[in-house]
Design a protein around this ligand. Structure first.
Ligand code: K1U
Ligand code: ZN
Length: 171
């Protein structure tokens, strides 16, 4: 297994829409393992393949709390089937280190995807899992959390990112 470098905004590869996975090969399974290891190491509760420079429609999510057993979910070629309601979460993003923003998304999501064995499954989710599924699906479409903000909040986020980068350089 290996840790993969996570791309940071404004890397142009984060804007590239990911392509569907054709066949689940051993290389795809190795990528999934490496993505999971990278997500846990970051740490984060989700990671999309294009955040590690691979433009394929794959993401991994684990929203289990620290005191719960891990609950890794792998989504290959995910499709959102339903979105309902509204909720607001203070979101982070591994491609925007050091910043969080309140973002409004659907409260409930229904998604269809393939698992690691290539078997289709459907999942209905609320709360954090629903937010993570929408956040990661956005990544696969080249959409980033900054796109969801007002012009004022975008400017503020630009400043927060510059400050976080400066602090990181000082450490
Ligand atoms: O895709 C990403 O950039 C990862 C991101 C996904 C996400 C999931 C749910 C809500 C918003 C965004 C994160 O993992 S942000 C959460 C995070 O950084 C974190 C989570 C658990 C432990 C420590 C950090
Ligand atoms: Zn993200």
């Amino acid at each position: 297994m290996a840790l993969l470098p996570i791309l940071h905004y404004p890397d142009a590869r984060l804007r590239q829409a990911a392509k569907p996975v054709g066949k689940i090969t051993p290389e795809i399974l190795e990528l999934v393992e490496n993505m999971a290891e990278t997500m846990y190491d970051a740490p984060g509760c989700g990671l999309a393949a294009n955040q590690v420079g691979v433009a394929l429609r794959i993401f991994v999510i684990d929203t289990a709390a620290e005191d719960e057993p891990s609950d890794l979910r792998v989504f290959i070629n995910p499709e959102i089937l339903e979105l309902d309601g509204v909720q607001t979460w203070e979101e982070g993003c591994l491609s925007f280190p050091g910043v969080t923003e309140e973002i409004k998304r659907a409260e409930h999501v229904k998604v269809r995807a393939l698992d690691r064995a290539g078997v289709p499954f459907e999942l209905e989710a609320d709360g954090l899992l629903a937010v993570a599924i929408q956040h990661e699906t956005d990544h696969l479409n080249g959409v980033l959390m900054i796109d969801k903000l007002s012009a004022l909040k975008k400017r503020m986020m630009g400043r927060k990112l510059a400050k976080a980068k400066q602090e990181d350089a000082r450490d």
